[in-house]
Design a protein around this ligand. Structure first.
Ligand code: THU
Length: 126
């Protein structure tokens, strides 16, 4: 997996974030088993509650293109800290595999990697 490329794609997606309310821009890049990369950015809404996170936009983008097998998701946010997915997004990522690698980047392009089952142990399953 080309982690640098995924972080770069996530950062490019971050630049497309629509975040006029929080000012906090997030980008995600999701690598499929077929070696395609699907990106997403956060998309906010005046109603606030209808805001969708970057990770979910990337996952929904990929699934709507016919992909359901994923290897890794890179995430880049504004700020110096490693960017961590929110709980809702962890559950959505987990839906497609318990060993998907989550690459949490910061502005300096440093990163931490953890599999989704470590970030969300005992995830909900039907
Ligand atoms: N956000 C994401 O895009 N991903 C996350 O995992 C957490 C939060 C977005 C939603 C909102 O537009 C902004 O960050 C501030 O919460």
């Amino acid at each position: 997996m080309d982690v640098s490329l995924l972080l770069e794609k996530a950062d490019q997606a971050r630049a497309r974030a629509y975040a006029p309310y929080s000012g906090f821009r997030v980008g995600a890049a999701l690598l499929s088993g077929t070696n395609r990369v699907f990106t997403g950015c956060n998309i906010e809404n005046a109603s606030y509650g209808l805001t969708v996170c970057a990770e979910r936009v990337a996952v929904f983008n990929a699934v709507s293109a016919g992909e359901t097998n994923f290897l890794g998701l890179a995430l880049v946010c504004d700020g110096d800290d490693y960017c961590r997915p929110c709980g809702a997004c962890l559950q959505v990522i987990y839906e497609f595999g318990d060993d998907i690698l989550v690459i949490m980047g910061n502005k300096a392009r440093e990163y931490q990697i953890q599999p989704i089952n470590k970030l969300l142990p005992r995830a909900f399953k039907l």
